[in-house]
Unconditional design. Sequence first.
Length: 473
Amino acid sequence: MPTSSPSVSKTFASPLWLRATLAAAVAAFFLRFVLPSLSTGFAVDDPMNIHYYWQAGPSQLLRNLLLFATDFERPMGGVYYSLLYQFFGLNPLPYHAAAAALLLVNCLLAFRFARLISGCFLTAALAVMPLAFQPRMAQLTYLPSYIFDILCFTFFVAALAYYVSIRSAGLLLTWKQTAVFLMLYAAALESKEMAVTLPLLAFLYEAIYHSAAKDNLRRRLTPTLLSGLLTAVFLLGKALGQDSLLNNLAYQPVLTFQRYTESTARFLDILLIGAIPRSLLTPAVLFVPAVTLCLLFWRGCRRDVRWLLCFVCITPLPVAFIPGREGGCLYIPLFGWALLASTAILWLCARLQALSRFALPIVLALVVAGYWIRAERVSRRTVPAVLAAGRLTASVLSQIRSAQPAVPRGSRIYVVNDPFELWDAKFLFELQYKDPTVSVALGRLTPLPPNDIAAMDYVFTFDAGRLVRLKSP
């Protein structure tokens, strides 16, 4: 895509009917795949997340939101869980409705940012379609526990769009605008750690788009430098403290080239929806052509393509060295790949337009139909697998409500045996009663002597998956 080539938006005029048709197709795609999530239940991790923020309480949540750089886990997600639990308890519908609304907001934010970067309505609209639903990332649509990724995307893209909208107009950020940019970025960090790459992306935007600018360099770079300082403070706060994620083996990075290549192959397999056989995604296949293409075309590429190449390489780094990360964790990198792909498709259409004036609608129709068919086919396999993990949670919650919908304040409950591996039964019992004076002990993890069990107000057990009440007052 040479620099000398006109942009897609200037090569041909996209008629209003084509814009409206593409927008309607994306909206229909969103409704087709996102609306069914409203009838599903909780994910495996949802009771744990709700219980964590409920136990912390609103004052501690607010404190960690304001202090920002603490080892308290993802307080912006805590706002989502705490508010919904306060008003709706353990009814999963409002949790899914709120997540679906945020996914829609993210599509609109992505469209706004993509249009700023590409300058083309069709490119931006086409890039939004994979964000509406990606079948290998169905967790984002069907599991409320991925709200951290959803919120991180919301504030990450909002911060970038705000920054780029000002700079693309040839203006420098004022101190008030810098404060807004930093607050949006801080909210992204408080949602999930994936946002840490934003300062580097903003700096590269300056380097690629405004390297020849004669403005005061210090003023131009102040917002990005301050966001970098914010990142350093955030990472320091997260690394310290007994509740730091770095103390969890599942989040400890392994900084090796092998881990990076393995993760990259896995990420591309997910992002491409398995279009390329996994056996072909080897380091040689991945990196030799990639480096060669970058060396050959970097200087000749349009600015938006150069920046997007940086985007897709940089945004996965926070999870590239952590084992087992995939699926919804790649929400932000997915946006970069989607925008890069849509830019290439519209660039191709611009050249085919010289051969036929029907090239543009034909290519767009083929792309939209092809992706829709692929999403339908892959989702038949992925969505049931995603939903299966939450069936046990739904079953146990339903049985608790039927067997013992309420208990007096201060009740002590003992569960002799339960079907979970960890503390889920305790979380479900305590959250059902919504009373901090009610305590639950699990015999499987914290067994008690017979005398202590006899002193309990309620005793339950699970027999062949069925909740049985052994004792009540």
